[in-house]
Design a protein around this ligand. Structure first.
Ligand code: HMG
Length: 388
C-alpha cells in the first residue's frame, strides 16, 4: 500500500509589494533582488488575514470535494503562532465545519514543521488506511524594516490531503534527517519579527543539505540521477539554485548547468512572486512544479529538502502518480495570482503594522481580503473569524 499526497492546494494574500518599489525606497539596485536573491514580489497579508484565515482558504477546495466528515486529524504547521496555548487549527476546524471527532494539533519547528506533519500524517494513515489526514502549513514571514531580510518577506498557506493510494504523489518511507542546535534564525516570544544571522543561515542551510543527503543515501537506494525534479525549502529562490548546484556537484552530476537548473526551475515560479512563506514554501514549490510543467510527470521521482532554522532538516522522496493532472487546482492558483493587486510603499507600511491590541481593547477590522474567511475583530484578547 502506498501513502502520500492525494490533493494539494495553496492560498496567498491578494496584495503584494514589487521589490522594485522596495529597492527604490532603499536606494538599492533592484537587480540585487530580481537577480541577486531571485525574488520579484512579496505577498503581504491584509489586516483581516492571518495564519488561520490563510489556512482555511488553502484547505477550502479540498473540503469542497471530500466533504467535512472524511478528515480524522488536522495537523497545522506554523511558526507565526497566534496563541501560546490554543492550536490555531481549532479555528480552522470550525471555519471548515469539520467533524467534532477530528483531532487537531499545531506543530512548530521553524520552516521544517510541515514536513514533520506530513510524515506524521503518513504514519497515521499507514496505521489506519481508511483515514484521511489534513496537513496545513501557514505562515507570514516578517523581518524588521530596513534589514537585509526585509526583501525576503511573504506569506502563504498550503493544504495537503494525506491518504492511502494517493492520487498525486506517493511518499517513500526512507528519509535522511539532521538536527543541530544553532542560532541562525529565531523569534523570541516577545517579538513579532524574526531575528536572523543572514549569511550564517545560508551556510547552515547548505551544511544541513549535505548532512541530510548523506543520511538519506545511507537508507535509500534512490541515487541523485534517479530524480527528475527537486523541491527545496525556499527562503528566496537563489538559495535553492545555489543549494542544488552544490548537491549536483557533490554527486558528480553530468548534466549541463542548464540541465541542473531545469531540475528545480519550475518549483521556483510561485515563490519568486510570493516570497518566503516559511513552512508552506517547499510545498507551494511542489504546487509550482505540478502546475507549471507541461510534460507528463507520472512516474517521475521528486526529491525534497526541507529546512527549518534552529535547525532541523530532512531529505525525502516521492513518486508522481498516473492521472495526477485531474486532481490539481492549477486554474484556481493561476486566477488567484492574476487577480492580485500591487501595493505602493505607504500601503505596504500600513499592512506591515497590523492590529496588536495587547491591552484587550476592541478592534473591528475592515474587510480587505478577497478570500472566503477573514479575521473580523479582536475583542478582549479573543480573535473573531467569519466566513464572507
Ligand atoms: P544581503 O546580505 O543584503 O545581500 O542579504 P548580499 O549583499 O549578500 O546580496 C545578495 C546577493 O545579491 C549576492 O549574491 C550579491 O552578489 C547579489 P551572492 O554573492 O549570494 O551570489 N547582488 C546583486 N546581484 C545583481 N545585481 C546587483 C546586486 N547586488 C547584490 N546590483 C541575505 C542576503 C540572504 C543575508 C538576506 O536576504 C537575509 O538575511 N535573509 C533572511 C535569511 C534567509 O533567508 N536565510 C536563508 C537560509 S535560512 C532559511 O532558509 C530558514 C528561514 O526560512 C526561516 C525558518 O526556517 O523559519 C529563513
Amino acid at each position: 500500500m502506498s501513502v502520500g499526497i492525494d490533493e494539494i492546494s495553496f492560498y496567498t494574500s491578494n496584495f503584494y509589494l514589487d521589490l522594485r518599489t522596495l529597492a527604490a525606497k532603499q536606494q538599492t539596485d533592484p537587480e540585487k533582488y530580481y537577480t541577486g536573491i531571485g525574488q520579484e514580489k512579496m505577498a503581504m497579508a491584509t489586516h483581516d488575514e492571518d495564519i488561520v484565515t490563510m489556512a482555511a482558504n488553502a484547505a477550502l477546495p479540498l473540503i469542497e470535494r471530500i466533504g467535512t466528515n472524511a478528515i480524522s486529524t488536522l495537523l497545522l504547521a506554523t511558526e507565526t503562532g497566534i496563541d501560546q496555548s490554543k492550536a490555531a487549527g481549532i479555528y480552522v476546524h470550525r471555519l471548515l465545519g469539520l467533524n467534532a471527532n477530528c483531532r487537531v494539533v499545531e506543530l512548530k519547528q521553524a520552516c521544517y514543521s510541515a514536513t514533520a506533519a506530513l510524515q506524521m500524517a503518513c504514519a497515521l494513515v499507514a496505521r489506519q488506511p481508511s483515514t484521511k489526514v489534513l496537513v496545513i502549513a501557514s505562515d507570514i514571514a516578517r523581518y524588521d524594516l530596513d534589514t537585509p531580510g526585509e526583501a525576503t518577506q511573504g506569506c502563504g498557506a498550503v493544504a495537503m490531503l494525506i491518504s492511502h493510494n494517493p492520487r498525486i504523489m506517493a511518499i517513500d518511507a526512507e528519509v535522511g534527517n539532521y538536527t543541530d542546535d544553532v542560532m541562525d534564525f529565531w523569534r523570541p516570544n516577545y517579538r513579532s519579527t524574526a531575528l536572523v544571522d543572514g549569511k550564517y543561515s545560508t551556510k547552515i542551510y547548505l551544511k544541513a543539505l549535505k548532512k541530510t543527503w548523506d543520511s538519506f543515501s545511507e537508507v535509500s537506494r534512490i541515487g541523485f540521477n534517479d530524480f527528475s525534479y527537486f523541491c527545496y525549502h525556499l527562503p528566496f529562490s537563489r538559495m535553492a539554485q545555489k543549494a542544488h548546484q552544490h548537491l549536483a556537484k557533490s554527486n558528480q552530476c553530468e548534466l549541463s548547468a542548464e540541465g541542473i537548473e531545469a531540475q528545480i526551475q519550475p518549483t521556483l515560479r510561485y515563490n519568486q512572486i510570493i516570497g518566503n512563506s516559511y513552512t508552506a514554501s517547499i510545498y507551494i514549490g511542489l504546487c509550482s512544479l505540478l502546475d507549471n510543467v507541461k510534460e507528463n510527470l507520472a512516474g517521475k521521482k521528486v526529491g525534497f529538502f526541507s529546512y527549518g532554522s534552529g535547525c532541523v532538516a530532512e531529505f525525502f522522496s516521492g513518486s508522481i502518480q498516473e492521472g495526477y493532472q485531474a486532481c490539481l487546482h492549477t486554474q484556481r492558483h493561476m486566477d488567484m495570482l492574476a487577480e492580485r493587486q500591487e501595493l505602493n510603499y505607504d500601503q505596504y507600511l500600513d499592512l506591515y503594522r497590523y492590529p496588536d491590541p495587547r491591552q484587550g481593547e476592541s478592534v473591528e477590522i475592515p474587510k480587505a481580503t478577497l478570500g472566503r474567511f477573514r479575521l473580523a475583530a479582536i475583542h478582549q484578547h479573543k480573535r473573531e473569524y467569519v466566513a464572507c
